[in-house]
Ligand binder design. Structure first.
Ligand code: ATP
Length: 732
């Protein structure tokens, strides 16, 4: 039996959430572990996981949450839960996902006691006030997402103790101050976009592979070296040329004058820095004075040869001016001019854009280097790398850049590196468990070029694993590039990633989107696919009227057959079988003739990577495609069959798999439809009305019969995929 303390905690939680319709849940007593309550996982008699993402839950979280004895994972993300975050979150918690709710008030200071935390997602709520200075002991915290709230104040100093932090998302808040406290953290993904951050960006942060910083009034000066005569705030003032993009107020520096108690160390260091700089300036002036005196003396010594002496004087004077100029003019002034010339328009999507996750860092590194490397070592070629992102005018006034950190375009745009095995006789047969790569390794530079620096006009859509961009090769061929979010791919070592690529690259089937290449450079991982012009089945069914009209009954049966064939290939032709794990209408791409290409094949290891991936059990479940056994951590090939059944139901009804806008009993398509699939009258009422009754009723009932076999809750009762393919073939 479940530990009584956990029973009482879950009963209380149930009530505080407003007694939602969760399978098995009751307000008093019960045996959540033994009875398999929805979203509950246990170890022996203790509840260890609560996964209730995207279930439209309301209510609040009350302090009873603290009564869970051994809870490790709590995922309540993407619901409507309000109130404040309780201050007594159980100390055992490792993964706390409260994203996408209505939580308000401040982040509790008691966070400091949650020393086991590895992931904390509080994004997209209504949290306000300062981020508490409570992170001293959270040394296991790897992912922290506080984005999309109303957080104010400066970054707390205890952020500096987050020695395991690799992902930090703070975008879309009102956070002010500087980023210095982050500079020694092992971050690989930092997003601070759209805040009120100011001051110079610590150079170390510019090495973070995925650093997004647009929409802040940062001073773009990278290395502040103000002269003694200038007070520090002048050096920190945002350049008018680099004022806040997207209309943000440039209030950063002034806010840095009002400092909270804990930031006094910063004042001390700032003042100390000013003193050092002032001393350096004074010494420089003294040295210059001595040199001047020596020169004057020399001039007097040569008084006899007046003309020559005058020339010498002039010459010396000129030289002195030059020396003075270069020593008294702060480096940042020169940098500002340089940067002005390379500044992108404030559209936020070019090389300066944080949206690419690639170019900003490279660009900044290049700028940094531009001031530290000799001009003689600069290559003309470099301009071409950024061709797509910079206009010709800015290029023409831009000073030459240092040697590239990336291969040049010439290197990149010539035929991409093709592993020798590809053309050789040793090319491995598909599905075999070897790590040969049948695809092209692209450079980041070439992909930047083909996507116009991942420009917005080439952005197609955002999936769970990252954004997808349209790319055009020099020969006009189109590609789709999936830029993997670091959250999705950082679990993988390079070797594991290449193994994954090797597997995906061997998948060749007319109904599967073909992987044509990949990129694994500078901490960035991208997948390059053939481009499918006609969008997704989801678009065709629910958004695009033109495409919808083309979806006759026969076309729908053919689409179902295409998807079934792709799954059959994965389950039966691949050895070991590949489970797709994400069959849904947005992953079914269509071509001009409505032929199906299933996307994301072979990517399941990224979705479930990391024992506590933020993806598992969240969106997928919420969209209503997931077989019931997934809740209990069991996924088999028959779970893909269930999802196919849901897609077929979507095809039959024209309804979405989960539709929050419908009445409660109709939101989950399967739950609503399952009882009616064998009743021919009910079936006729369920059919997509846009078909206008144009379908053979016999075909309809056969289709419904396949669906009802696919969506059975017992995986063992679902038919093997080959049987579904046969049944659909018979229908055609
Ligand atoms: N090969 C492709 N050709 C054309 N468009 C594509 C291609 N692959 C993906 N897309 C588009 O990019 C968008 C994002 O795709 P992606 O597969 O990353 O996410 P998704 O399918 O929407 O969600 P999820 O990540 O949950 O599967 C899709 O909506 C689709 O329209």
């Amino acid at each position: 039996d479940t530990d009584p303390r956990d029973v009482s905690a879950i009963n209380r939680l149930y009530t505080s959430l407003g007694s939602p319709p969760l399978l098995g849940w009751i307000p008093a007593g019960g045996d959540p572990c033994g009875e398999g309550w929805q979203g509950v996982s246990c170890v022996f008699s203790n509840i260890t996981e609560l996964r209730l993402s995207g279930l439209n839950l309301g209510g609040i979280l009350d302090e009873g949450i603290g009564d869970f004895e051994s809870i490790l994972i709590m995922d309540l993300s993407h619901n409507q839960i309000g109130g404040s975050i309780p201050s007594n979150i159980p100390l055992t918690i490792r993964n706390l996902f409260l994203s996408g709710n209505q939580f308000n008030g401040s982040i509790p200071v008691t966070l400091s006691a949650l020393t086991q935390l590895t992931q904390l997602f509080l994004d997209d709520n209504r949290l306000s006030d300062n981020i508490p200075d409570s992170f001293q002991e959270l040394r296991s915290l790897a992912d922290l997402d506080l984005s999309g709230n109303n957080l104010t104040g400066q970054l707390p100093p205890s952020f500096g103790n987050l020695s395991s932090l690799t992902t930090l998302h703070l975008q879309n808040n009102k956070i002010s101050g500087v980023l210095d406290v982050l500079q020694d953290l092992p971050l690989s993904d930092l997003n601070v976009e759209n805040n009120k951050l100011s001051g110079p960006i610590p150079p170390k942060l510019l090495n973070i592979p995925n650093f997004r910083k647009d929409g802040n009034p940062f001073n773009t000066t990278i290395l502040p070296s103000p002269p003694a005569a200038l007070p520090p705030f002048i050096a920190w003032a945002p350049s008018p040329l680099h004022g806040p993009p997207r209309g943000r107020p440039a209030d950063g520096p002034s806010s840095s004058l009002v400092l909270p108690q804990w930031s006094k160390g910063r004042v001390f260091w700032t003042n100390k820095r000013v003193i050092v700089i002032a001393a350096a300036g004074i010494i420089t002036l003294i040295v210059l004075g001595v040199v001047l005196l020596l020169v004057l003396r020399c001039f007097r010594g040569n008084k006899d040869s007046n003309k020559h002496g005058a020339n010498a004087y002039n010459s010396s004077g000129k030289k002195l001016n030059q020396v003075q100029k270069s020593s008294s003019r702060p480096a940042y002034q020169t940098e500002k001019v340089d940067k002005a010339s390379v500044m992108r328009p404030m559209d936020g999507y070019g090389l300066e854009s944080g949206d690419t996750g690639i170019s900003p860092n490279l660009q900044d590194e290049q700028l940094l280097d531009a001031n530290t490397r000799p001009a003689s070592s600069r290559h003309q070629k470099n301009h071409e790398i950024n061709k797509g992102g910079l206009d010709v005018k800015s290029l023409s006034i831009r000073p030459p850049l240092p040697p590239p950190l990336l291969p040049t375009v010439e290197e990149a745009s010539v035929s991409p590196i093709i592993p020798t095995e590809v053309n050789g006789p040793g090319r491995s047969s598909r599905g075999r468990d070897s790590c040969s790569l049948d695809v092209t390794a692209f450079t980041i530079a070439s992909l930047q070029q083909y996507t116009n620096s991942f420009a917005e006009e080439n952005f197609i859509g955002e999936g769970m694993l990252g954004g997808v961009y349209r790319a055009e090769l020099p020969d006009g061929k189109l590609l789709a590039i999936k830029k993997l979010d670091t959250r999705a791919s950082r679990w993988k070592t390079d070797a594991e990633f290449l193994q994954l690529i090797s597997t995906i690259s061997k998948l060749r089937h007319p109904n599967i989107v073909e992987l044509v290449g990949y990129c694994n450079e500078h901490g960035q991982r991208l997948l390059v696919y053939q481009y499918c012009r006609n969008g997704t089945l989801y678009d065709a069914l629910h958004i695009d009227d033109e495409m919808h009209k083309k979806l006759s009954w026969n076309a729908r049966v053919r689409v179902a057959l295409g998807v079934a064939r792709a799954i059959q290939y994965l389950h039966e032709a691949c050895q070991p079988p590949i489970m797709h794990k994400n069959i849904k209408s947005v992953n079914i791409l269509l071509d001009d003739k409505l032929a199906v290409r299933v996307s994301e094949c072979g990517l399941a290891p990224l979705l479930s990577s990391g024992s506590t991936s933020e993806f598992s059990g969240s969106l997928f479940v919420s969209y209503g495609y997931a077989a019931p056994e997934i809740e209990f951590g069991s996924y088999t090939c028959q779970s893909d069959v269930y999802s196919l059944g849901v897609v077929m139901l979507e095809l039959l009804t024209g309804r979405e798999s989960f539709d929050r806008s419908r009445p409660l009993g109709e939101q989950f398509l399967v739950r609503w439809a399952i009882q009616q699939l064998h009743d021919i009258d009910a079936l006729v009422r369920m059919v997509d009305i846009t078909l206008n009754g144009v379908y053979p009723v016999k075909s309809l009932s056969r289709f419904a019969d396949i669906i009802s076999r696919c969506v059975q809750s017992e995986p063992g009762f679902r038919p093997p995929i080959s049987e579904i393919v046969q049944d659909l073939l018979h229908m055609i």
